[in-house]
Design a protein around this ligand. Structure first.
Ligand SMILES: NC(=O)c1ccc[n+]([C@@H]2O[C@H](COP(=O)([O-])OP(=O)(O)OC[C@H]3O[C@@H](n4cnc5c(N)ncnc54)[C@H](OP(=O)(O)O)[C@@H]3O)[C@@H](O)[C@H]2O)c1
Length: 256
């Protein structure tokens, strides 16, 4: 049984780069990949939370290293790819770093648009450009993106954020077309509402939090841990024939 499950889902010998792996959903995914045997490189800006996330994985017996990276410029994405490749050959890229600035549409200026697109879309694109060809040359790779309900339905001032997430799902399909034939799959996970630092203001409003939970079929909002199984699946050999897909991990939010 153990050998069979390991052949399907084991990540021993693989290295995963998880952007935004110091908080929320990315942190949950980083822990899950490490638990399945991967060495995890965690990238974000804030040293304290980075160190904390790395320490937690190590305390659980996993392998993790921090990389300070600022993806608010394209140069930051290029630099992160170089830094990660200096440490190890990256087999799995999880792009979880994201921002949601939420100005009303009429106040959405070019600056907000550019800031959103740089972190949410340019970074996953550029990291893929750097890392996926080497994955393809080695015959194994996994590109995992974080989309959003707001890619599909506007609510809570979707603005530039919803557009960036719709584009990320398109990016996964383009990457799937390019590299699936050489063992590199590309997919997106679509969370429901998960109270994290990203939506601190919304998460502080109990009525809205409860209303969002009521929109699910499971009857509660998401937790970082809810992404563990789907992330390990998409990172592992088990998902070799799953590519170009957007998979909702949302307690039924999107079908309710
Ligand atoms: N939470 C939800 O309900 C929800 C729903 C749908 C989709 N998502 C998506 O899921 C992903 C994770 O969201 P989350 O809720 O887990 O967010 P979170 O808790 O706010 O974590 C965001 C992570 O990204 C990093 N980050 C932000 N800006 C960065 C930058 N410029 N350069 C490098 N790292 C940066 C943060 O670290 P530093 O600030 O230290 O850099 C942090 O590690 C995002 O792509 C989000 O859009 C979330």
């Amino acid at each position: 049984m153990d050998a069979y499950l390991t052949s399907l889902f084991g990540l021993e010998g693989r290295t995963a780069l998880v952007t935004g792996g110091s908080s929320g959903i990315g942190r949950g995914i980083a822990g899950a990949l490490a638990g399945a045997g991967a060495r995890v490189l965690i990238a974000a800006r804030t040293e304290a939370t980075l160190e904390e996330a790395v320490a937690r994985i190590r305390a659980d017996g996993g392998r993790a290293d921090p990389i300070r990276a600022d993806l608010s410029t394209r140069a930051g994405a290029h630099a992160l790819a170089a830094a990660a490749q200096q440490i190890a050959e990256v087999d799995i890229l999880v792009s979880s770093a994201g921002i949601n600035l939420r100005p009303p549409m009429e106040e959405l200026d070019e600056q907000v648009w550019d800031r959103t697109m740089t972190v949410n879309l340019d970074a996953p694109f550029l990291l893929g450009q750097h890392l996926a060809p080497a994955m393809a040359a080695r015959g194994y790779g996994r590109l995992i993106h974080l989309s959003s309900q707001q890619a599909h339905r506007p609510f809570a001032a979707s603005g530039a954020y919803g557009v960036s997430k719709a584009a990320v799902e398109g990016l996964a399909r383009s990457q799937a077309e390019a590299w699936s034939g050489r063992g590199v799959t590309a997919n997106a996970l679509i969370p429901g509402f998960v109270p994290t630092a990203l939506n601190r203001r919304l998460a502080a409003d109990p009525e809205r939090v409860e209303a969002l939970a009521a929109r699910t079929l499971v009857g509660r909002n998401g937790l970082s841990e809810d992404f563990a199984g789907a992330a390990v699946f998409l990172a592992s050999p088990a998902s070799a024939y799953v590519t170009g897909q957007s998979i909702a991990v949302d307690g039924g939010f999107s079908v309710h």
